[in-house]
Every structure is written in structure tokens, then in C-alpha cells.
Write a protein of this length. Structure first.
Lengths: 351, 631
């Protein structure tokens, strides 16, 4: 057998969450990715965020495309169903899954190759459709699984391991998501758990389409000098504009903030998001402003991180389609089949 | 000699001229008189300005396939006048607008011209030129009512219902009808020797197109999600689903809908949505045509290996996207059967009538859930987009959906050792669990093949082969679940095999062949994988004709490949010109074969003792798309 199951013996002192589970209950199989791969840190952040939210693991549905990043759903939430689907087509699978059961928390994990190259069309369209899900791109600027070709998010001039520069313009998924109307757009760095975990929590609870572009270095193929997706580059050129602190419903607010520094965003479940602007001129509710800021920083070679845009009153696809509250997959004959009498009337209308 | 309820009438119009509604009323009027008819739209890939034809075959004998040759041509398009005149059978009739002079050289001595000054008649009556253009169609409808003996009240009644709510349109329409009818009665020999008469023969039949019937079947079968991308001739199915589900599945108090329709960005996305929904336990389908099915190919492989229910309707059409998208064909058989990479094959269903489109749509939902795999319903433009006479749709209220093997939370609690792909029952089908079912049991990670029976990651060769072999066991189970073939006749040395819309002219072809001394056992294939009955039919006969509407005899390839039958035993009868195959073509091809092989017939007779010589000198001959009208 080539898989490794983690031992499920709980340490008696591991803290439990509101549903009586420990963090171990949110873990998955042992990762088979390269040691030091940024994607593993993203998985760990997902584990922490889900455990802290106290959502039972089986209430998640995990979907992914193809790539090292897309493998990760088997390394978190082992008690949830997951679907490692087709390269670049996770958005459509996520759409179908969400249409079938609106009650599940849907987490999509994709790569930059998966979402910005082969899947760019599906990415754009899931944003438009406002599927209620958290969509994470583990962005390493390279095709990890096929061994280090440039991906479409690789910056022009950034070099390969062998020193060859990339000659093409990059696609920035954050700018795209902002432009097409995503109601929650963030960028983070796999090495910054303090920033990433609250963003994941907020993204999960956000109603509508939540997108996090996580710069997640590929230690095997794109972590050298000259790469703009390396740990070093992010540590020196990453700039957080708005951090989000997540406060669960009913949780006591302990931190002290200077007045004016913090803005509270109320989430649908009663929890709160405290946005701290590190750059006081930044407005995370102004789409055009956010887009402009991201583009300007990009020109300077800076990577803007944080919660870049949020519309807490957004709607989702089910609202657009006006579907019933009951998940569509829970409806049976009684609800779905109009019956023979109705069919008689239909027949009559065709005479 | 007067004949009743037995002719072909063709309307030659210009696309976008409003003829569709008048022609539709003509067909409906006949139907309401109890006259058996089949209708055909022959239209270009264009919105306005190009030639379009509408054909009605009137046949008291219920011969609903296309027949070569036109008995009455309503020639309203100057551009196609030459070919329209040429397609009339000797002794036939040509109705045209003689307001302007036409090229006399085009007239034929062997047909009867019926000139009506339609434009001139309308000029003093309607001031608005747009109305005059539209009412041309209504005037010829009025004239036809006199020429063919259509009950006038039936037509006027229809005008009134059609324009209910726009009442100001009723009077002018009826006036236009009366202009045409009045002119015909005063100046023409009415009625013609080809006439209509009321019959009581249609009982509770309905007139419906296959796509609408399939959409209703999907609704009755419990489909909640439709994801699609527009492509002729499948579009009307998705649209009909949305329309009828809107009426049948909207909660009266809240206005909320028990279904979701998504027009996806392309076919890749459409099938991805269907598969995502199927994975998560909702019944979902897509409707598409050949080019779309090609795009769905990769996903179909995943769904096959990951074993996810999905239903696809492929409403087949001719050729590629720049081919003849508005013409019919059965050209996707092999693509559908083996779509995707690796060893994949998919259950297929071949509906022949609107009723079967309805039944198969509902059955496909059960079949996909039971077999946990994509099921493809192969319809085509001929069945899908033409209004056809059909038995009424029926539904048994006792029927329960077969959701297949899906474990509930309680089931999981009772099970010690759950493995998603373990063949517990020996039918090759494992037990599914849906996301969200159980807090600690039954969750698994869905992927293609690199897994064992417990859905655990492995690349071990034994696990791979074991899985592929189990899928073959499932395939054999599928053969017993897809619709069985319909076999008629027994004990003849030769047989004839067909499927889908090719059934429409088959009854007539078989009658004619019997008159010619050729008696054949017939088998209509309705499903794939082939059941034992299909194989036996092939082996039982010395040789079989296989009639299909594609160039490469795709069903023959499939039969030879899957049943091992000697390829030399199968004599293909092929038509692929984009029109639907006619009884004339079938009869001619079969007789040709008998002649060529010097095969004995039951009795020696000259060809065409019945129904005249098949006329193939029509504009639309075999393999000939019929001019350059398809853009
Ligand atoms: C249709 C198709 N084409 C190509 C591949 C090969 N392929 C597998 S993963 C991959 C790139 C993955 O890159 P990315 O999404 O960035 O993931 P990473 O491995 O970098 O996390 C490619 C091209 C495939 N699986 N399917
Ligand atoms: S190749 Fe790169 S992306 Fe893939 S596991 Fe290794 S480090 Fe991670
Ligand atoms: Mg990558």
C-alpha cells in the first residue's frame, strides 16, 4: 500500500472544539508532497481553521483539479468526501456539487496551472456564478507535478531553476477575481499562518464566492534566487494591507484596538471579522480601489496580501436561481415528480 | 383519381418570414382533423433570409418516415424556385404567387400549376407592408383549406387561440385566411384530387417533438440540475426543461424552484457540473450534440472510472460545427460508445419516437444511478426537433425512483467494513456514499483509477486490473438493464437491423419489401451494451441489413466489435445526406442487394408495384445535402 494513514490515537490533553473534536479529527492522510512544499502549510492552515470553526468535518465537500496542489485535499479533513477531478475543471465540479447540496461547506483547492492556464475559463465563470464556496489557489508560479514548467502566474522576467527567464506576461487571478465580481478576494502566503488562518475561516463563512490566492512556494522547482514566488521573495516583497482577525459568534473580544483602526464585518453566522488596515488609505469595500492598488503594487514588484475586498451582503448562486432551501439532492419523488394527472394535462396541451 | 390522406406537401419559404407559425397551424389543423401526419423542418444554419422548408407527410397508413418526392409544393421562395419545381412528382401540384411573372422555362408540363396572386390580393387590404409580408403565409393557408378540404373552423379556431391576449390580431388574420380561401373557391378547381378527410383514428395521440418529450421525461425522472451550452439541435431540450420545470416545480407559496438550470460557459463545464452534482447525489443531465460530446470526452472518462452517475442527451446532427448543424444524422454512435481515454465504454439508449424520448429520459436517470456511470441517450434532429405524432406520455404513480446503491447514515452504522469499490453483490457495482452522510464513516476520496477497492491511493498493478475487470462485470450487468431490442418477424433467412429515428420509415419499407417478395425479420436496437438477444439475432440469420444514417456504418463496427459477428454478414444500408432516410432508399438498397447477389425472392415481381418508382431525382438525393442552403 502506498498510502499512510495517520494514527488516530488522541492525546488526552489535546484541546477539543465546540463539537468535541480535536485538531487531529480535521487532519487527513500523511502528505506525500516534497518536504517544505508550501502546499502542506496551506493544508495545515485549513485544518486549523476548520477545527477552530467547530464545523463537523463531514459537513465539508472538498474538490480539486489536478496537480500537487490538487492532491492536497486528501491531506486534510479525512472524514470529508473529496473529489480529485480533471485538470482545470474543478470549478464546474464544485458548481455541480454546490447546486446539489447547498448545505455543505465547499472547499476547492487548485493550482496556478490548474486555474490560470488550462482552467482559466472555468475560473472566470465560477466567479461570475457566485458559487458559495472557498476557492484556494496554491500559487507557486510553476507546474509542480509535471516538473517545473512556467505557469501563467509566473512573473515576466522571473527565472527558472536553470536561470532561463519567463518571457510572457503573468495572469493575476486576484485582479481577475476582483474585476469579474468576486465578493471576497484575498491574497496570502503559505508561510504566514497568522494571516492565512483567519482568512480561510472568513472565506468559509462568507456567503458567495470567496477566493484566496495563496503564494505557496514549490521547493523543488521554483524557490531559487530569481524566482518571484520563493519564500525569500515573499518575505521581503510581501506587503499586507488589511489583516482580518476572526472572532467566532459569542466569543469575547479581547484585543484592544486604537479607534478608527479597526472595522468590524458581520458574517452570516453571527461571527465577526475585524479588519485592521495597515495602510490607512486602503478601502477593502471599494472594488475599483482594490484593483488599482493591486495593479500598482504589482508594477513595483510588491505582492499585496490580506483581505483585499469583501462585500458582506453578497448573494450566492442559489439566491440567483431562487432554489428551495432543502438541498436538491434530498428531494424525492413526492417533491419532484408531477404525477400522472399533471401529465394528462400536459398531453392535452399537445393536442 | 382522388386519394385521401396520402400525400407529401412541402412549403418552401424564406427563413424569418413568419412562415413557421402558418405552417405549424397547417399541421395542427390536420392533426385536429384526425389525419395522421409527420412534420419535418428542413432549415439552414441561419436566422434570417436563407431558404427553409417545412414538409408534412400525410399518411392514413401511418407511414411517418420521409418519402421522396413532393405531391404539393407551396413555392414561396423565388431563390429556390428551380429546385422546388424540380422536386414535384409527375402529376403533382405547384402552388405559387403569380403576382409577378416567373421564368416560364422553369414550368413543367407534367405538373399542375396553381397560381394565386397573393401579393396582389393583399395590396388593397392591408396598408402596412410588414403585415402584407406576414399575411402572405396566411393567404396560402386559407387557399389550402379550400384546395385540400381542411375544416375551416378548425383553422379559424386555432387563430383565435394562438392570438388570445393579442385580440387585435385575430380579425386581420382571419380576414387574410378568407382572402385565400375565397380566391381558391372562386377561381380554382377545389378541392384537388389529393384531399384530406376527417378520421377517428388518432385517438388520444399527441403532437410533440422529441426534445420536449425528453425534457418532460427528465422532469418526471427527478432530474434537478440541467447544465448545458447552446447547440442545435439540442438547445430546445434544455429550454423545454427550464420552461416546464418552471411550471411544474415552482413552489406556489414561496416561488422557489426545485430545480436549477445553468447555461454553462462551454460543454466541458456543462458536463463537469453534471458530474459534480451526480457525485453529490442529485440527478443531473446535459443536452448537447456531436461537437459538444467531443468536448465532454475527458470528463466522461473520469466519470466512468470514478463511477459517477450522469445523463447526457446527444441530439445528433450532421457533420462538424462548420458542417450541417441543422441537418440530421446518426454520426455519434462510436464517439458516444467509447468516449474518452483508456478503456471506457458507456451505456447508450436509442429512442425512436417522442414517447420513447420521454420514457428513456426518465429511465436514464434510474439507469445512471443504478450503474453509477454516465448514460448517453442518442437522439437526433429528426426525432428531437420535429413535431411528430406520438402516443400520449404516461407515468405510473406507483413508480419509485431507483437511486441505486447509496448508503444512508443508518446503513453505515450497521456496516463494519465499508469499501467504496468493493463488489459486494457480484454485479460489479459498489456502494456509494454521499458527502455529509456520516460524521466518521463512509467518507472517501474520489479519483480516477489509482486506488484500491477501499478508494485508497495505490498504483499497484493488481489493484488496477482488478478494478478494470470489475468494471467489465458491471458492463455485463448493464447489458441486462438497458432497453431490450424490439424484434418482429421470425424464421426468415435474412434480417434487418436499425435504431433511433431510422425506425420512422422502416414500417413502410418493410411493407413495400414484402410486396416485392422480400421478407425480413426486423430488430430495432434500443440499448448498448448489446444484450444476448441482439447477438442471437445476428447469429441466427444468414445475413442482416443494417440501416443507419452515417457514412461509416458505425453501428456495424460496434456490433462486430462487441458481438464478434462475422462482418461479412452485415450489409450496410446507409444514408448520410442530412435529410432523414426514406422508405424509398431502404427499399431500393435492399432490392439492389438481392439483385446483385442473385438472391431468390419469394416471388418475382417488378420493382415498385406499390407506391411507384422511388424518385431519387428530387433535389435532395442520397448523399446530396440539397443545394448550398446550409450555411
Ligand atoms: C488534460 C491534462 N493535461 C495535462 C495534464 C498534466 N498535468 C498534471 S498536473 C499539471 C500542472 C499542475 O500545475 P499546478 O496546477 O500549478 O499544480 P502544482 O503541481 O504546481 O501544485 C499538468 C500540466 C493533465 N493531468 N491533464
Ligand atoms: S514539486 Fe513543488 S509543488 Fe509539488 S510537492 Fe514538490 S514542492 Fe510541492
Ligand atoms: Mg503550480
Amino acid at each position: 500500500m502506498t498510502f499512510v494513514a495517520k494514527p488516530r490515537v488522541h492525546h488526552p490533553l489535546l484541546p477539543t472544539n465546540e463539537v468535541g473534536l480535536t485538531r487531529r479529527d480535521y487532519e487527513g492522510l500523511v502528505s506525500t508532497l516534497c518536504a517544505g512544499c508550501g502546499h502542506d502549510s496551506v493544508s495545515a492552515a485549513i485544518v486549523q481553521a476548520c477545527a477552530e470553526l467547530s464545523i463537523p468535518p463531514h459537513q465539508f465537500a472538498k474538490v480539486s483539479g489536478i496537480g500537487c496542489s490538487s492532491k492536497t485535499p486528501s491531506y486534510f479533513l479525512g472524514n470529508s468526501h473529496g473529489f480529485n477531478s480533471v485538470h482545470g475543471r474543478m470549478p464546474s465540479v464544485a458548481t455541480g456539487a454546490n447546486l446539489a447540496n447547498r448545505e455543505l461547506y465547499c472547499i476547492g483547492v487548485s493550482g496556478d496551472g490548474d486555474s490560470a492556464s488550462i482552467g482559466i475559463g472555468q475560473f472566470a465563470h465560477i466567479v461570475r456564478r457566485r458559487i458559495n464556496m472557498l476557492y484556494i489557489v496554491d500559487n507557486n508560479g510553476t507546474y509542480g507535478l509535471t516538473k517545473g514548467q512556467f505557469s501563467a502566474t509566473n512573473d515576466k522576467g522571473s527565472t527558472s531553476k536553470k536561470g532561463v527567464p519567463n518571457l510572457y506576461e503573468p495572469i493575476d487571478l486576484v485582479s481577475m477575481a476582483l474585476q469579474i465580481g468576486a465578493s471576497f478576494v484575498a491574497r496570502s502566503f503559505s508561510g504566514d499562518k497568522t494571516q492565512l488562518v483567519p482568512l480561510i475561516k472568513a472565506g468559509l463563512l462568507h456567503r458567495g464566492f470567496a477566493f484566496i490566492d495563496v503564494i505557496s512556494p514549490c521547493v523543488a522547482f521554483n524557490n531559487h534566487n530569481g524566482s518571484t514566488k520563493s519564500y525569500d521573495y515573499l518575505r521581503t516583497r510581501g506587503a499586507s494591507v488589511v489583516t482580518a482577525d476572526f472572532i467566532a459568534a459569542g466569543e469575547e473580544i479581547t484585543a484592544d484596538y486604537a479607534p478608527g483602526e479597526v472595522e468590524t464585518v458581520h458574517m452570516p453566522d453571527g461571527s465577526q471579522l475585524r479588519l485592521r488596515k495597515l495602510d490607512t488609505s486602503y478601502d477593502p469595500h471599494n472594488r475599483a480601489h482594490a484593483l488599482e492598488h493591486v495593479l500598482e503594487a504589482q508594477q513595483e514588484g510588491e505582492v499585496v496580501t490580506g483581505l483585499l475586498y469583501v462585500d458582506p451582503d453578497a448573494s450566492d448562486c442559489h439566491e440567483i436561481l431562487d432554489t428551495v432551501e432543502t438541498p436538491l439532492n434530498a428531494l424525492g419523488e413526492t417533491e419532484l415528480c408531477p404525477g400522472s394527472e399533471a401529465l394528462d394535462r400536459i398531453n392535452a396541451s399537445f393536442r | 383519381m382522388t386519394t385521401y390522406n396520402d400525400f407529401v406537401i412541402r412549403f418552401a419559404n424564406v427563413n424569418g418570414s413568419g412562415s413557421a407559425s402558418a405552417n405549424g397551424m397547417f399541421a395542427k389543423a390536420l392533426f385536429r382533423m384526425g389525419v395522421p401526419i409527420a412534420t419535418r423542418n428542413i432549415f439552414p444554419s441561419n436566422i434570417e433570409g436563407l431558404p427553409t422548408w417545412f414538409e408534412v407527410r400525410v399518411s392514413e397508413d401511418h407511414h411517418h418516415g420521409r418519402r421522396e418526392g413532393v405531391d404539393l409544393m407551396v413555392a414561396m421562395n423565388a431563390e429556390t424556385y428551380r429546385e422546388d419545381v424540380a422536386s414535384v412528382v409527375p402529376g403533382g401540384f405547384l402552388l405559387y404567387d403569380n403576382s409577378k411573372g416567373l421564368d416560364r422555362r422553369l414550368f413543367r408540363a407534367d405538373i399542375t400549376e396553381i397560381g394565386i396572386p397573393i401579393a396582389k390580393l393583399l395590396l388593397p387590404e392591408f396598408a402596412d407592408p410588414k403585415q402584407r409580408k406576414l399575411f402572405k403565409n396566411i393567404v396560402y393557408l386559407g387557399a389550402l383549406s379550400a384546395l385540400l378540404n381542411i375544416d375551416f373552423e378548425v383553422i379559424t379556431g386555432m387563430v383565435s387561440t394562438q392570438y388570445r391576449g393579442k385580440d387585435e390580431l385575430i380579425a386581420p388574420n382571419i380576414h387574410a385566411l378568407e382572402i385565400g380561401r375565397g380566391y381558391a373557391r372562386e377561381y380554382l378547381d377545389c378541392p384537388l384530387p389529393i384531399q384530406l378527410r376527417r378520421t377517428a383514428g388518432l385517438g388520444d395521440s399527441i403532437m410533440i417533438d422529441g426534445n420536449t418529450a425528453a425534457a418532460l421525461g427528465a422532469i418526471y425522472g427527478g432530474a434537478t440540475i440541467c447544465a448545458w451550452y447552446p447547440i442545435t439541435p439540442s438547445t430546445s431540450m434544455a429550454e423545454a426543461f427550464e420552461k416546464h420545470a418552471g411550471q411544474l416545480r415552482t413552489e406556489t407559496d414561496t416561488g422557489q424552484r426545485k430545480f436549477a438550470v445553468l447555461q454553462a460557459e462551454d460543454e466541458l463545464s456543462a458536463i463537469g457540473i453534471v458530474i459534480g452534482a451526480g457525485w453529490n447525489g442529485a440527478r443531473a443531465f446535459t443536452a448537447t450534440s456531436g461537437p459538444g460530446l467531443s468536448l465532454m470526452s475527458e470528463f466522461l472518462g473520469l466519470a466512468y472510472f470514478a463511477e459517477i452517475p450522469a445523463v447526457l442527451f446527444d441530439i445528433q446532427r450532421a457533420g462538424p460545427s462548420t458542417g450541417m448543424p441543422t441537418r440530421t444524422q446518426q454520426g455519434d454512435v462510436l464517439l458516444a460508445a467509447y468516449a474518452s481515454h483508456g478503456d471506457t465504454k458507456h451505456p447508450l439508449m436509442f429512442p425512436s419516437t417522442p414517447k420513447e424520448c420521454f420514457d428513456f429520459a426518465a429511465d436514464a436517470m434510474d439507469l445512471a444511478d443504478r450503474l453509477q456511470t454516465p448514460v448517453i441517450v442518442l437522439s437526433d434532429l429528426e426525432v428531437g426537433m420535429n413535431d411528430n405524432l406520438s402516443e400520449p406520455l404516461t407515468w405510473d404513480d406507483e413508480r419509485r425512483y431507483d437511486r441505486g446503491k447509496v448508503l444512508s447514515r443508518e446503513d453505515l452504522d450497521a456496516i463494519e467494513d465499508y469499501g467504496r469499490y468493493v463488489d459486494v453483490d457480484g454485479d460489479g457495482i459498489g456502494y456509494r456514499t454521499l458527502p455529509g452522510t456520516h460524521p466518521t464513516k463512509g467518507a472517501f476520496f474520489t479519483r480516477g483509477t489509482s486506488r484500491d477497492a477501499y478508494a485508497r491511493y495505490t498504483e499497484a498493478p493488481e489493484a488496477y486490473t482488478e478494478n478494470m475487470d470489475r468494471l467489465l462485470v458491471k458492463w455485463r450487468t448493464a447489458a441486462s438493464l438497458v432497453p431490450a431490442p424490439e424484434i418482429s418477424g421470425h424464421g426468415h433467412r435474412a434480417g434487418i437491423v436499425f435504431y433511433g429515428s431510422t425506425a420512422m420509415p422502416m414500417g413502410e419499407a418493410l411493407e413495400r419489401l414484402a410486396d416485392d417478395g422480400v421478407q425480413l425479420d426486423a430488430m430495432r436496437i434500443r440499448g448498448f451494451p448489446f444484450s444476448q438477444e441482439v447477438t442471437e439475432f445476428l447469429y441466427r440469420h444468414e445475413f442482416v441489413f443494417l440501416v443507419e444514417q452515417n457514412r461509416d456504418a458505425q453501428m456495424k463496427t460496434l456490433l462486430v466489435n462487441e458481438t464478434g459477428v462475422d462482418a461479412a454478414k452485415i450489409v450496410p444500408v446507409l444514408y448520410y445526406g442530412g435529410m432523414s432516410i426514406s422508405a424509398d432508399i431502404i427499399q431500393e438498397s435492399v432490392l439492389d442487394h438481392y439483385e446483385k447477389m442473385r438472391l431468390p425472392r419469394l416471388w418475382a415481381v417488378g420493382r415498385g408495384t406499390r407506391g411507384g418508382t422511388p424518385s431519387v431525382q428530387t433535389a435532395i438525393g442520397r448523399g446530396d445535402p440539397g443545394g448550398d442552403s446550409a450555411a
